[in-house]
Design a protein around this ligand. Structure first.
Ligand code: SF4
Length: 393
């Protein structure tokens, strides 16, 4: 089940023709948002008010006070520009002068997804990416960074807690850049802090190596983040990384991994993504990547044979420097074997160790699937309920 219900906005306009025109423009730009009448329940009440006379001022204040009792209010238009100081302290009322900033704020509110259809809800805290790696279509289809405002995230985390979930997974397209598009200074470590405070058990989705900050490492060492990291590598050769337009070298990536291992209290689950057969990948570059991966303590990995996406730089590279399909296939299967070996070694290394896990699904009578803190999928015998937090050996 997805908890998203239609996002509703009520728009109240008074004053001159310009206000009405701007409100109409706003309605048109909010394609995924349902506009409802002011008498109905809404996620936001937007007041586009006038301040020409003192009578219109007081009319605006009455309306704002009335709707602040019902929910969140955004005041825009002339009244927001004027800032008379009379209403700024009302809880839940925000003043945004420009209509296009109101539209941006509402779009951000819509970015989130919250999936309650599993025992570990996934909370999407941002969307979009501005990195333009040469093989990736995402920045073209998802657009620039859009972060869910932190107050919205707190509201969603509280919902997760109230539904009795014991873990939350923070996801997004590029979560390391959470908050870069907001002007309140929030960053990923602030979201982690809130998630830890409210839900208590926090797992991070994929995080770029260069975006693992000292604050995040500190939170790891304080057990505020589960010992599971997914840090996309894509390739272990600097020349290929450069062609991929990835913003790091293999040495810099290694340093980030060393810091993670150093700061994570124990039994860290460490995953990555790699691409096999990127345009122009020579035997030497492939071997370099293979040896690099072998030398790091990955516990699992996802291998993707390179597949060009139209519109990207690598689409053009593939035309002239594409690797033969059978070579791509062979390289991908060598990497998959390597990751499988590492995964088995990891499982052997933690035999007999006590771990926590969340019960996921019932497989059979007295048999359940579960996911451990360090991201092992396991089966446990007993009588449990989904969402339950248990200890396993
Ligand atoms: S691979 Fe990741 S970081 Fe690179 S452009 Fe795609 S989404 Fe952005």
């Amino acid at each position: 089940m997805v908890s998203n219900r239609p996002f509703k906005v009520a728009l109240y306009t008074f004053g001159c023709k310009v206000n009405f025109f701007e409100s109409e423009q706003l309605k048109k730009s909010l394609q995924n948002i349902k506009i409802v009448d002011f008498s109905q329940e809404a996620d936001f009440y937007i007041i586009n008010g006038c301040t020409v006379t003192s009578a219109s001022d007081s009319q605006a204040r009455n309306i704002i006070r009335r709707f602040a009792k019902k929910g969140k209010v955004i005041v825009t238009g002339c009244y927001a520009r004027k800032k008379d100081g009379l209403l700024e302290d009302i809880k839940g009322v925000e003043f945004i002068s420009e209509m296009e900033d109101v539209a941006k704020k509402l779009e951000r509110e819509l970015v989130y997804d919250l999936f309650f259809d599993r025992s570990r809800p996934f909370l999407k805290i941002q969307s979009g990416c501005d990195q333009f790696c040469s093989y990736c279509i995402i920045p073209y289809v998802r657009g620039p960074l859009k972060s869910v405002p932190i107050d919205k995230i707190i509201e969603l985390l509280e919902k997760i807690r109230s539904e009795n979930f014991k873990e939350v997974v923070l996801t997004g397209i590029h979560i390391g850049k959470y908050g870069f598009d907001l002007d309140d200074g929030s960053v990923l470590s602030d979201v982690i802090e809130q998630a830890f405070k409210i839900v208590g058990r926090v797992r991070l989705g994929s995080l770029e190596s260069g975006e693992i900050t000292d604050e995040i490492l500190m939170q790891t060492s304080q057990n505020k983040i589960l010992p599971h990291w997914h840090v996309p590598l894509q390739h272990g050769s600097d020349t290929v990384l450069k062609r991929m337009k990835r913003p790091y070298t293999a040495t810099q990536y290694r340093r980030s991994i060393e810091k993670i291992v150093d700061k994570t209290p124990a039994h860290v689950g460490l995953g990555t993504d790699v691409i096999a057969g990127f345009p122009g990948e020579t035997d030497g570059e492939f071997l370099k990547s293979y040896d690099f991966i072998k030398s790091l303590p990955f516990t699992y990995g996802h291998v993707f044979p390179f597949s060009p996406r139209e519109g990207t730089l690598a689409w053009e590279m593939e035309k002239t420097d594409g690797i033969k399909p059978e070579v791509k296939k062979e390289r991908a299967s060598l990497l998959r074997e390597l990751f499988a070996k590492k995964h088995n070694e990891f499982k052997d290394s933690i035999k007999g160790i006590k771990l926590t896990a969340i019960i996921e699904n019932k497989i059979d009578e007295n048999l359940y699937s579960a996911t451990t803190e360090n991201y092992l999928s396991i089966q446990v015998k007993g009588n449990y309920s989904p969402k339950e937090l248990i200890e396993v050996i």
